[in-house]
Design a protein around this ligand. Sequence first.
Ligand code: ATP
Ligand code: MG
Length: 394
Amino acid sequence: MAKSIEHPSLMEPMLPAQGNRELEDLAVVMIEKSARMAAQLHPLVQVRIGQLVRTMNCYYSNLIEGHNTNPRDIELALKADFSNNPEKRDLQLEAKAHIEVQMLLDQKQNLTDTFSQANIKLVHKEFYARLPESLCWVKNPDTDDTIAIVPGEFRAGDVMVGRHVPPKAANIVAFLERFEQAYNFASLSRIEQIITVAAAHHRLLWIHPFYDGNGRVTRLISHLALRQAGVGNNLWSISRGLARNAQLYKANLDLADGQREGDLDGRGNLSQKQLANFCVFFLQTAIDQIDFMQKLLDTPNLMQRIEYYAHSQIQAKKLPKGSVIVLKEALLHGLVERNSIQNLTGYADRQSRNIVSSLVKAGLLGSDTPYGSLYLCFPQEIVEFYFPQLYPVV
Ligand SMILES: Nc1ncnc2c1ncn2[C@@H]1O[C@H](COP(=O)(O)OP(=O)(O)OP(=O)(O)O)[C@@H](O)[C@H]1O
Ligand SMILES: [Mg+2]
């Protein structure tokens, strides 16, 4: 019989034992690698790639929930082009909602209240307020009744997650108060903050404050918390790693739900060893993702792939000669002025204008106004060429 959980002390320990060398080393590696990654791209290119990574994050986080929305359909949703098939359309709306909420979080300046109840509710509210009606219901497995999900409201009844029985609805607030207090960054070192992000990921899912959406809300909170800890940015996403190891992710969550395993396993109700194991899994997954994106975004390599793609398009007569150098310039400098194209390509005025209009038409360059500066764009068609393995080819 699962023990009934009534007091926040039953959620202890909140962190792995202090001085865990393996975790500390992983946190240091994350600090080093994430610093290197942010430094390598022009900030304007970073903004554009950030948009693509948000789409990827949403794709993978929804995939963990079993909602598989093709990235091309996500891109169409962002252009308000929805399918006639109601199920597909609702998944498109869900993807759009997820991206919009992440955008709000990525723009958030005040990063002190990530783990507060108010912020956790806000993320759920922003997400569910944008979802179509069909995705705002869950079934009570005992009675078969449907329960409506109110955006930003904690569940009013009990739930189970796998074998785990989360706190009773009446105690959610007390558990979240302890959660917020234990994970207050102000009283933690930088290394402790990073380990905290991992531990908080498990403990929030363990509390399971909502009827639905806990997974996605928790992954968005982790994304924000990683930024607060100074290792997260819009160029990588923890969800990609969690989705690619979904079975291991869930198995590790399940193990960390377990009770203390004897005298050498901390002093709390839950296993400190298993919490530490979950944190190792989470931080290793994060480092894997940083490594993957670092390699993908390495400027000489990215430049080569862009060049290769543009050459193939020129050969296929889909782009005019002279296109490659313009794309390269946009990658290196963020913006290309239209009046510099002649100089850059060596082609006369008419051909230069043809290069620009072809690149804009192909979606490879964009500008905010008809005569404005040009910047690189990353439409879904090129993702598999520019960023191989970012997500499965569909
Ligand atoms: N044993 C477990 N202990 C704690 N959390 C778990 C466990 N197994 C799965 N989870 C987490 O719960 C999420 C899914 O569980 P569930 O479907 O009950 O929640 P949800 O609210 O529907 O989440 P979402 O819809 O956003 O994925 C998973 O995404 C995972 O993050
Ligand atoms: Mg769900």
